[in-house]
Ligand binder design. Structure first.
Ligand SMILES: [Zn+2]
Length: 190
Protein backbone atom coordinates (compact mmCIF):
# COMPACT_ATOMS: atom_id res chain seq x y z
CA UNK A 1 0.00 0.00 0.00
CA UNK A 2 1.39 3.36 -1.07
CA UNK A 3 1.86 5.84 1.74
CA UNK A 4 0.75 9.42 1.12
CA UNK A 5 1.54 12.71 2.77
CA UNK A 6 -0.84 14.04 5.42
CA UNK A 7 -3.97 15.45 3.76
CA UNK A 8 -5.35 18.90 4.58
CA UNK A 9 -8.74 17.37 5.30
CA UNK A 10 -9.99 13.82 5.75
CA UNK A 11 -13.15 12.24 4.38
CA UNK A 12 -13.12 9.30 6.84
CA UNK A 13 -15.72 7.17 5.08
CA UNK A 14 -14.09 7.45 1.68
CA UNK A 15 -10.57 7.03 3.12
CA UNK A 16 -11.66 3.89 5.04
CA UNK A 17 -13.20 2.32 1.93
CA UNK A 18 -9.89 2.61 0.09
CA UNK A 19 -7.72 1.67 3.13
CA UNK A 20 -5.58 4.76 2.78
CA UNK A 21 -2.31 5.23 4.62
CA UNK A 22 -0.70 8.60 5.22
CA UNK A 23 2.10 9.95 7.31
CA UNK A 24 3.96 13.17 7.89
CA UNK A 25 5.67 15.51 10.29
CA UNK A 26 3.89 18.47 11.91
CA UNK A 27 5.65 21.36 13.64
CA UNK A 28 4.43 21.75 17.23
CA UNK A 29 4.32 25.54 16.70
CA UNK A 30 1.42 24.93 14.26
CA UNK A 31 -0.69 23.59 17.15
CA UNK A 32 -1.46 26.78 19.15
CA UNK A 33 -3.80 25.23 21.75
CA UNK A 34 -1.12 22.69 22.63
CA UNK A 35 1.59 25.37 22.76
CA UNK A 36 -0.37 27.21 25.48
CA UNK A 37 0.44 24.36 27.89
CA UNK A 38 4.09 24.03 26.90
CA UNK A 39 7.25 25.86 27.92
CA UNK A 40 8.59 25.75 24.34
CA UNK A 41 6.89 25.32 20.98
CA UNK A 42 9.97 23.89 19.31
CA UNK A 43 9.92 20.31 18.04
CA UNK A 44 7.78 18.16 15.82
CA UNK A 45 5.28 15.34 16.00
CA UNK A 46 5.61 12.31 13.73
CA UNK A 47 2.18 11.24 12.51
CA UNK A 48 1.00 8.00 10.89
CA UNK A 49 -2.63 7.39 9.94
CA UNK A 50 -4.34 4.29 8.65
CA UNK A 51 -7.97 4.17 7.57
CA UNK A 52 -10.09 1.03 7.50
CA UNK A 53 -13.61 -0.32 8.02
CA UNK A 54 -13.95 -2.62 11.01
CA UNK A 55 -16.13 -5.74 11.35
CA UNK A 56 -19.08 -3.54 12.37
CA UNK A 57 -18.60 -1.50 9.17
CA UNK A 58 -17.46 1.54 11.11
CA UNK A 59 -14.89 3.81 9.48
CA UNK A 60 -11.89 3.74 11.81
CA UNK A 61 -8.82 5.98 11.90
CA UNK A 62 -5.70 4.46 13.44
CA UNK A 63 -3.71 7.45 14.67
CA UNK A 64 -0.09 7.00 15.77
CA UNK A 65 1.81 9.95 17.23
CA UNK A 66 5.40 10.27 18.39
CA UNK A 67 6.75 13.43 19.93
CA UNK A 68 8.38 15.05 22.96
CA UNK A 69 6.50 17.78 24.81
CA UNK A 70 8.31 20.50 26.80
CA UNK A 71 6.36 21.04 30.00
CA UNK A 72 6.90 22.70 33.35
CA UNK A 73 7.96 20.29 36.13
CA UNK A 74 5.57 20.62 39.07
CA UNK A 75 8.35 19.83 41.58
CA UNK A 76 11.24 22.10 40.55
CA UNK A 77 9.40 24.32 37.98
CA UNK A 78 12.16 23.57 35.47
CA UNK A 79 11.50 22.28 31.98
CA UNK A 80 10.74 18.58 31.65
CA UNK A 81 10.56 16.74 28.31
CA UNK A 82 7.73 14.20 28.32
CA UNK A 83 7.94 11.60 25.53
CA UNK A 84 4.69 10.78 23.76
CA UNK A 85 4.24 7.57 21.81
CA UNK A 86 0.61 6.68 21.34
CA UNK A 87 -1.74 4.77 19.12
CA UNK A 88 -5.48 5.45 19.21
CA UNK A 89 -8.41 4.11 17.24
CA UNK A 90 -10.84 6.89 16.41
CA UNK A 91 -14.31 6.76 14.91
CA UNK A 92 -15.88 9.87 13.38
CA UNK A 93 -19.30 10.58 14.90
CA UNK A 94 -21.93 13.28 14.45
CA UNK A 95 -23.60 13.30 17.87
CA UNK A 96 -23.27 12.43 21.53
CA UNK A 97 -25.59 9.42 21.23
CA UNK A 98 -23.43 7.91 18.51
CA UNK A 99 -20.31 8.57 20.62
CA UNK A 100 -21.80 6.85 23.68
CA UNK A 101 -22.60 3.71 21.68
CA UNK A 102 -18.92 3.17 20.79
CA UNK A 103 -17.09 0.27 22.46
CA UNK A 104 -14.42 1.34 24.97
CA UNK A 105 -11.42 0.65 22.67
CA UNK A 106 -12.70 3.21 20.15
CA UNK A 107 -12.64 6.97 20.76
CA UNK A 108 -15.08 9.37 19.11
CA UNK A 109 -13.99 12.16 16.78
CA UNK A 110 -16.41 14.95 15.95
CA UNK A 111 -17.05 15.37 12.25
CA UNK A 112 -17.42 18.85 10.89
CA UNK A 113 -20.58 20.03 9.06
CA UNK A 114 -19.24 18.84 5.71
CA UNK A 115 -18.54 15.30 7.08
CA UNK A 116 -14.81 15.97 6.98
CA UNK A 117 -12.17 15.84 9.72
CA UNK A 118 -9.26 18.23 10.03
CA UNK A 119 -6.18 16.10 10.79
CA UNK A 120 -4.44 18.95 12.63
CA UNK A 121 -7.36 19.22 15.08
CA UNK A 122 -7.24 15.45 15.57
CA UNK A 123 -3.49 15.47 16.26
CA UNK A 124 -3.64 18.50 18.55
CA UNK A 125 -6.55 17.09 20.61
CA UNK A 126 -4.72 13.78 21.07
CA UNK A 127 -1.50 15.47 22.16
CA UNK A 128 -3.35 17.71 24.64
CA UNK A 129 -4.94 14.59 26.16
CA UNK A 130 -1.46 13.03 26.44
CA UNK A 131 -0.21 15.80 28.76
CA UNK A 132 0.16 14.30 32.28
CA UNK A 133 -1.92 15.94 35.04
CA UNK A 134 1.22 16.60 37.08
CA UNK A 135 4.30 16.66 34.81
CA UNK A 136 7.48 15.91 36.77
CA UNK A 137 11.10 14.94 36.25
CA UNK A 138 11.76 11.29 37.13
CA UNK A 139 12.81 10.57 40.75
CA UNK A 140 16.41 9.88 39.71
CA UNK A 141 16.84 13.33 38.15
CA UNK A 142 19.47 14.80 40.49
CA UNK A 143 18.71 18.49 39.80
CA UNK A 144 14.97 18.08 40.43
CA UNK A 145 15.47 15.95 43.55
CA UNK A 146 18.05 18.46 44.87
CA UNK A 147 15.35 21.14 44.81
CA UNK A 148 12.95 18.73 46.51
CA UNK A 149 15.49 17.92 49.26
CA UNK A 150 16.17 21.61 49.88
CA UNK A 151 12.42 22.11 50.33
CA UNK A 152 12.18 19.13 52.69
CA UNK A 153 15.12 20.30 54.83
CA UNK A 154 13.56 23.77 55.00
CA UNK A 155 10.25 22.24 56.07
CA UNK A 156 11.97 20.02 58.62
CA UNK A 157 13.78 23.01 60.16
CA UNK A 158 10.54 24.98 60.31
CA UNK A 159 8.73 22.15 62.08
CA UNK A 160 11.62 21.60 64.48
CA UNK A 161 11.69 25.28 65.42
CA UNK A 162 7.92 25.28 65.86
CA UNK A 163 8.08 22.26 68.19
CA UNK A 164 10.91 23.76 70.24
CA UNK A 165 9.01 27.02 70.61
CA UNK A 166 5.73 25.45 71.67
CA UNK A 167 7.41 22.71 73.70
CA UNK A 168 5.22 20.20 71.94
CA UNK A 169 7.48 17.30 72.94
CA UNK A 170 5.98 17.56 76.45
CA UNK A 171 2.49 17.03 75.12
CA UNK A 172 3.31 13.48 74.11
CA UNK A 173 1.30 11.23 76.42
CA UNK A 174 3.41 8.63 78.17
CA UNK A 175 1.77 5.24 78.75
CA UNK A 176 3.02 5.38 82.37
CA UNK A 177 1.15 8.61 83.05
CA UNK A 178 -2.03 6.96 81.78
CA UNK A 179 -1.46 4.02 84.14
CA UNK A 180 -0.80 6.25 87.14
CA UNK A 181 -3.97 8.25 86.37
CA UNK A 182 -5.93 5.04 86.28
CA UNK A 183 -4.41 3.91 89.58
CA UNK A 184 -5.23 7.24 91.21
CA UNK A 185 -8.81 7.00 90.01
CA UNK A 186 -9.12 3.48 91.40
CA UNK A 187 -7.61 4.56 94.76
CA UNK A 188 -10.06 7.43 94.98
CA UNK A 189 -13.04 5.15 94.31
CA UNK A 190 -12.19 2.46 96.87
ZN1 LIG B 1 11.80 18.83 38.24
Amino acid sequence: MKEERLPVSIDPVRFAKTNRLCSGVVNLCDLPRLCESMTSNEGVVFVAMRFFSNEESRSVIELKLKSELSLSCQRCLGEVKIPVDLCHYLVPVKGLEEAERLPSHLDPVWMEEDDLVNPLVLIEDDLILAIPLVPMHPEFDSECVKVLKEFQIEDLNKNLNKNLNTGSQESVISPFSVLSDLKNNLNNKY
